[in-house]
Design a protein. Structure first.
Length: 565
């Protein structure tokens, strides 16, 4: 292939690795893996992925990577495959292992950055699937700032149980229903066996599909590629085209810094809230914007959500799965509707060099579909995410309003200092209608790792308390969570945030229209309790968890890790 196109050197990094007398030793080692004299004249393209055998989400990535590599080779590049880790939220949920999930976002970003920097890739395609691999991949790509994009592995197909589609959410809620005596052991086992029929990420608009949708609209994934399910044979065609596309992007020298703007991030937030997406978008977009050097705050989510209707009827709060979005016309139809309705800016760039509006102009909607609605006739007039503040969360916290119809709640606090104790109380039927379940010391530093609480929240819903019990935590929620659930309370308890001062029976008031969350206590009483508060001993004093706890910032800043000042 031509070495330079439009003035951009397609070997802008790899020349330093393989050219010249002094690089003979490097070339000698690369010959051992099959590279030839001809290969040394071609650009080196990273193909990074998080294939792992611990979950269905990422199990198909290695196979897709082969199709990406074929596309790269046939377009004139030399693909080099690298691997990183992944943590399954669904498998580890409710255990100590879940603390590794958010920590893994940083490990994914760091490991891809290190491999690509050390081996001087000229461009990169990063295949990602489960929750933290998507933002971790985007963060790495942004740091590297070389031509490339994130390719989503794709959703699992829905399971089938007694004539209806089900997802992993139904299993978690069935656990609560079984504990309450509303579902038999046999029915629980039947649901368990049916929910996950093969490879792919959790099938609702949970965190993985929310992030895939948002990253595509953000401009770090090619339009039209994320919607195709992982088990669909067409996914390999998508992967092959991705390999060819990255070579075209390299020839044009188009980098993430040419694509990412504050407006593109606002576009991504809008499509997440318009699809009733996961609260984890708040953490991840704040972290990604920081890597890009773009100003974004937690309050931007309120502003976007207030002007963006929910136009997709998706699980966990709706009827349909991510596969139904694909059959309805794909993420590009959602983006087209939002552009036409003036809710997102179609002038932002995508990896092809064309604008988002140009990419979705020909999006074909399946006639008669009712998965994707319109801006004038939405499912909900305003978006699915709200940031609350108050004396319990001076830095803010987040609730997914598409998952609840309750606007106000006031009740006694039921205080637990870890997730396991709260789960035991819920499944032991110790929680009553009107209660506010408080789970603290589960924040970024306190956990450490900010565990998701899907086990507890789903158990509350499964026991029939979803409309009468609230839950607040400095931890996180799965994208599958629904109900009156408030997460990311900041500052967290482990650093002396006001949630640390709550006591059993204190009255907590949640006012969603007023965007408030408060303990009905005088400021003087809160201050007195906090003055007497002592930080707990850390759960980990060495290893990755201890390093993370020492470096992690508040959830209100995306729980990013940063060097000490």
């Amino acid at each position: 292939m031509a070495e330079r196109t439009d003035g951009f050197d397609v070997r802008h990094r790899s020349r330093a690795l393989v050219e010249g007398r002094d690089r003979a030793a490097a070339r000698a080692m690369l010959r051992a893996i099959g590279m030839t004299d001809e290969d040394f004249q071609r650009p080196l393209i990273g193909v990074a992925h998080s294939w792992i055998e611990t979950m269905p989400c990422n199990l198909g990535l290695r196979k897709l990577a082969q199709a990406v590599k074929k596309g790269i080779r046939e377009a004139g590049g030399v693909p080099m495959e690298v691997n990183t880790i992944a943590i399954s939220d669904g498998v580890t949920m409710g255990t100590e292992g879940m603390k590794a999930s958010l920590v893994s976002r940083e490990v994914v970003a760091d490991s891809i950055e290190l491999a690509a920097s050390a081996h001087m890739f000229d461009a990169i395609v990063i295949l990602a699937a489960c929750d933290k691999t998507l933002p971790g991949s985007a963060m790495a790509l942004t740091r590297l700032d070389i031509p490339g994009f994130v390719l989503y592995g794709g959703s699992i197909l829905p399971g089938h149980y007694r004539g209806r589609d089900i997802t992993i959410q139904n299993v978690f809620e069935a656990i609560g229903a079984n504990a309450a005596g509303r579902l038999s052991d046999e029915e629980l086992l039947e649901i368990e066996r049916a929910a996950c029929p093969g490879v792919g990420t959790c099938g609702g608009q949970f965190t993985a599909n929310t992030m895939a949708t948002a990253i595509e609209v953000l401009g770090l994934s090619p339009v039209g590629m994320a919607s195709v399910p992982q088990p669909d044979p067409r996914k390999e065609e998508v992967a092959y085209r991705a390999g060819q596309l990255v070579m075209d992007q390299l020839r044009r020298g188009l980098r993430p810094s040419d694509i990412l703007t504050r407006q593109s991030f606002l576009n991504g937030i809008a499509v997440a809230t318009a699809t009733g997406g996961s609260t984890n978008i708040v953490l991840h977009f704040l972290a990604m914007a920081r890597e890009a050097g773009i100003e974004l705050t937690i309050d931007d989510f309120n502003e976007v959500s207030e002007r963006t209707p929910v136009i997709a009827d998706l699980v966990p709060s709706g009827r349909y799965t991510a596969v139904d979005v694909y059959h309805a016309g794909g993420i590009q139809v959602i983006a087209k509707r939002l552009i036409e309705g003036g809710k997102i800016d179609g002038s932002q760039l995508t990896p092809t060099g064309r604008t988002l509006a140009e990419e979705v102009a020909d999006a074909a909607e399946t006639p008669g579909q009712d998965v994707i609605l319109s801006v004038d006739r939405p499912k909900q007039p305003t978006g699915g995410l709200v940031i609350l503040r108050g004396n319990l969360a001076p830095e803010g916290c987040v609730i997914k309003t598409s998952g609840t119809k309750i606007a106000h709640h006031r009740g006694p606090a039921r205080v637990f200092d870890c997730e396991e104790d709260a789960m035991a109380a819920v499944t032991g039927r110790q929680i009553r209608p009107g209660d506010v379940v408080v789970i603290r010391y589960e924040g970024p530093r306190g956990g450490p790792g900010m565990r998701e609480m899907l086990g507890v929240t789903a158990a509350i819903v499964g026991e029939g308390l979803g409309d009468s019990v609230a839950l607040i935590t400095d931890g996180r929620f799965s994208g599958a969570t629904r109900g009156l659930m408030v997460g990311h309370v900041a500052p967290e308890a482990a650093v002396g945030g006001p949630i640390a001062a709550l006591r059993e029976g204190d009255v907590v008031a949640i006012d969603i229209p007023g965007k408030r969350i408060d303990a009905e206590l005088p400021n003087e009483e809160l201050a007195r309790r906090l003055a007497d508060w002592q930080p707990p001993e850390p759960n980990y004093t060495s290893g990755a968890f201890a390093k993370y706890a020492a470096l992690v910032a508040s959830a209100s800043e995306g729980a990013v890790t940063r060097p000490p000042k």
